[in-house]
Design a binder for this molecule. Structure first.
Ligand SMILES: [Zn+2]
Length: 822
């Protein structure tokens, strides 16, 4: 039995510092984003085994070897045959057969090199294939030297440099055909004598399948349940870290990302808004012509609506007003420009074979469609390398100019109207670069941010001496990001607060707000001048600290790593007391463990005088949660048992549950009588933490806290400021009104900082309506259950790191008040 923790303890909780179904008759499918292919993250519970999250954290991405010549023949290990691979039904290559195919191509051609560049969440090999004319080691080193010259913004003799092209396939696992097209084109290039000239002037890099877990498993996400084409600014998943490393190491001038399914085929460039941190004049003048070339190649295949069900290509930039934008750098082609791609394209094949079509159409029809998609994807690859071959020197020059402007610290340029046909005022998006940013050193959050920037190839320095700027003094050791650097666009897109773009845009495709500066817990300041003596940083300095001497130690939960360390201490049986300030206190005898964890996680312990409070034990969480929530709960070191409505209906033993977390896939009304009775018994004293629509509905159905949950506009999202002065993140925001007896507002909305949040058509649900309303509430139900309800999104896609400890504190608090015995 646990001791009860008094309700007022929770008040520190939130003060952390810091189509479509298969259509027998062909119809064009609207250019609606293919995220419609998956269930809403509030509808389906993730039932993912724990092993995958752990693997994702461990997977190291090898650095690219610039010192070897080509070809680099690697004998790829052959995975065991898997007759259940979803590709087989479509007549496409299963993941287990790719390695043998690549080994064969390497044996037959001195143009083909294959290597393993990482492993998926599910442990499957990721293959990078390089196709180029043979190079000696000296020639490869010379190519790398030229690449570095370009990256530093220096002109090179372009005729001596092989333009890098990147083809990314199958990032959505159930959009299969990019992989088969890549293998087809690799095979053509391996042997075709006519390809000799192309391969002397280019290197083509193929990420053969970016998402083998999804390819095998007939699903959009990887085995952690993450959409890999939303993860580039966060890089929580090993597949994204592998793609990021490809883009840094190979520095493609042009890239294409192969998806499905939009009929007629969708080919970017995009509608506005355009990312404000790009050198967009250099981008659009290459991306638009390449898009037109891809269109011509695809339409040139001769497919027709009547004969084949294939409609003509659409280009969002030209053919749509809004809704297919390149604002957030979370997608591959919207991340690649920061590493020098001056043309980057999502391409959506036309013929649907996934979801309902996969399960209902005859196999022959599925295979007919899949072959059309392979042909279209191959045409897109052909068109792209032909474009690069024809515009080789200009693309290299434009990439050089991107980096030169960054290194010189030039202002963001306004792209002239009409610079390509149709480029209007709605396409003009700009930002203001500060001279530099500082990141205050000494916290795990600062170390995390610095290491993340470095992993993204952003240069970070450390002040050797104290310095002054803007009337403030910064101590020696402060991290500094000099914005006169080649990749300043990437630095700024992560460190600026962002913009509230609601006034200029009605419909957005995905998120519109993010900010590593405001949401990752470090203290980040822009500087208007830069007079700092700094030394380059390769890795953030250690931050862990245990005060010397003897006596009890305290750990304030302000960072995810604090939570990880606390859960590790609890797991080792250390006697932890949860005190009145949201602090964990451990006895003097735990000092060896504290020193080890301080060293490993960078957490900072302080002296503690008293240990008045409740004893804390490891918290066992039962979670009906979205995949990203589940991943983050486990990342924090909680023991989580995933459940869903169906799992509970099959009979669930609640005796080992300290807290129930509800954010997705639990519908109280759909529980059978036995499951309801078992749940009700748990709720008599059992703690609950909820998030979002599903959580609010659960609270209402079970009559836990007497509040009314109000939904904001469903597509609203971004960074919000709270009345406490802290920042939070929302997506489909909610707030709570009519707070009954014993319910307190833990957080209150103040203002919207960045992102997109308009009111509904009827004027409700806007950012003004949320102002002053409770964003997070806590309290105790009439049955004694402690509950915390989040209207914010504290674990969204594993991104808002500074908010994770809020969930942890809610779990410790509600578990502490529960009646669960162990
Ligand atoms: Zn896709």
């Amino acid at each position: 039995m646990r001791k009860s923790i008094l309700l007022p303890l929770l008040s520190v909780l939130l003060l952390s510092p810091g189509t479509a179904t298969a259509a027998p008759t062909p119809t064009p499918s609207p250019a609606v984003r293919d995220f419609g292919n998956g269930p809403d993250r509030n509808d389906e519970a993730a039932l993912i085994p724990e092993q995958f999250a752990a693997k994702a954290a461990e997977t190291a991405i090898p650095a690219f070897d610039h010192n070897r010549g080509y070809p680099r023949h690697t004998a790829l290990p052959i995975p065991p045959e898997n007759p259940a691979d979803a590709s087989i039904k479509l007549g496409l290559i299963p993941h287990h057969a790719i390695a043998a195919r690549l080994n064969d191509l390497q044996a037959r051609s001195d143009r083909v090199s294959a290597e393993i560049i990482g492993r998926s969440a599910g442990g499957r090999d990721l293959y990078l294939v390089t196709v180029t004319a043979p190079e000696t080691a000296a020639q490869a080193r010379e190519q790398e030297r030229l690449r570095q010259r370009i990256e530093s913004g220096h002109q090179i003799p372009a005729n001596r440099y092989k333009a890098p092209i990147y083809v990314n396939a199958n990032i959505h696992g159930n959009e299969w055909e990019g992989t088969d097209a890549a293998l087809r084109v690799i095979e053509e290039l391996a042997t075709d004598p006519a390809a000799g000239d192309l391969l002397k002037t280019t290197r083509l890099y193929f990420n053969v399948t970016a998402n083998p877990d999804g390819r095998v498993g007939n699903k959009r996400a990887n085995d952690n349940g993450f959409d890999l084409n939303r993860d580039f600014v966060t890089a929580s998943q090993p597949e994204d870290r592998a793609m990021r490393q490809i883009m840094i190491d190979t520095q493609p001038v042009t890239m294409i990302d192969l998806h499905g399914y939009v009929n007629g085929t969708l080919v970017e460039p995009t509608t506005p808004p355009h990312g404000a941190n790009y050198e967009y004049d250099l981008f659009i003048r290459n991306a638009y012509p390449n898009g037109l070339g891809i269109e011509a190649a695809i339409n040139g295949l001769g497919y027709t609506p009547d004969k084949d069900g294939v409609f003509p290509v659409q280009i969002p930039f030209r053919d749509l007003d809004e809704g297919w934008d390149d604002w957030p750098p979370i997608f591959t082609p919207q991340y690649a420009p920061f590493h020098g791609a001056v043309a980057a394209h999502t391409i959506e094949f036309p013929m649907q074979v996934n979801n309902a079509a996969y399960n209902t159409l005859p196999v022959e029809e599925l295979r007919r469609r899949a072959q059309i998609n392979v042909n279209i994807a191959s045409a897109a690859i052909h068109a792209t390398y032909s474009f690069v071959k024809a515009n080789h020197d200009r693309l290299i020059g434009d990439q050089t100019e991107v980096f030169r402007r960054g290194a010189a610290g030039e202002p963001s340029r306004v792209v002239p109207l009409g610079s390509v046909p149709g480029f209007g005022p709605e396409d003009q998006w700009n930002t203001t670069f500060p001279r530099a940013y500082t990141i205050a050193a000494g916290s795990p959050a600062a170390a995390r941010l610095v290491d993340h920037l470095i992993a993204n190839d952003v240069k970070v320095g450390r002040a050797v001496l104290p310095f002054r700027s803007g009337g403030r003094t910064y101590p020696a050791g402060t991290y500094v990001v000099d914005m006169h650097q080649p990749k300043r666009g990437l630095a700024n897109v992560m460190l600026e607060p962002g913009q509230d773009i609601s006034p200029r845009v009605n419909a957005m495709y995905d998120i519109s707000g993010w900010s590593h500066a405001l949401l990752w817990g470090a203290t980040v300041q822009p500087l208007s001048d830069y007079r700092v003596v700094a030394e380059p940083v390769r890795v953030a300095a250690p931050t862990g600290f245990v005060p010397p001497g003897h006596g009890a130690l305290a750990l304030q939960l302000t960072d995810e790593n604090d939570v990880i360390a606390l859960n590790a201490l609890l797991g080792r049986g250390v006697q932890v007391t949860w005190t009145a300030n949201g602090r964990a206190v451990l006895p003097d005898s735990a000092r060896p463990a504290a020193r080890e964890l301080a060293d490993r996680y960078g957490v900072r312990f302080s002296r503690s005088g008293t240990a008045a409070g409740a004893a804390l034990a490891p918290v066992r969480v039962t979670a009906a949660a979205s995949a990203d929530d589940l991943f983050t709960l486990r990342e924090m070191g909680f023991s989580v048992t995933p459940v869903s409505t169906a799992v509970l209906n099959a009979g669930y033993d609640w005796s080992a549950t300290d807290v129930l977390f509800v954010s997705s896939g639990l519908n109280y009304g759909a529980l059978n009588p036995a499951a309801k009775a078992a749940l009700e018994a748990y709720l008599t004293g059992g703690g609950v933490v909820t998030r979002g629509a599903t959580g609010a509905a659960f609270n209402a159905a079970t009559a836990l806290l007497p509040v009314t949950a109000v939904a904001g506009r469903s597509d609203a999202n971004g960074v919000v400021r709270l009345t406490s002065g802290d920042y939070s993140f929302v997506y489909s925001p909610r707030w709570f009104t009519g707070l009954g007896a014993g319910v307190r507002a833990e957080q209150t909305y103040d203002s919207f900082v960045s992102g997109h949040w308009r009111p509904n058509e009827d004027g409700t649900g806007g950012q003004d309506a949320a102002k002053g309303q409770a964003a997070v509430v806590s309290g105790r139900s009439a049955r004694g259950a402690a509950a915390v309800l989040f209207g914010t999104e504290p674990m969204f896609r594993n991104h808002p790191k500074a908010l994770f400890p809020q969930v942890a504190q809610a779990l410790y608090w509600t578990a502490g008040t529960s009646g669960a015995s162990r």
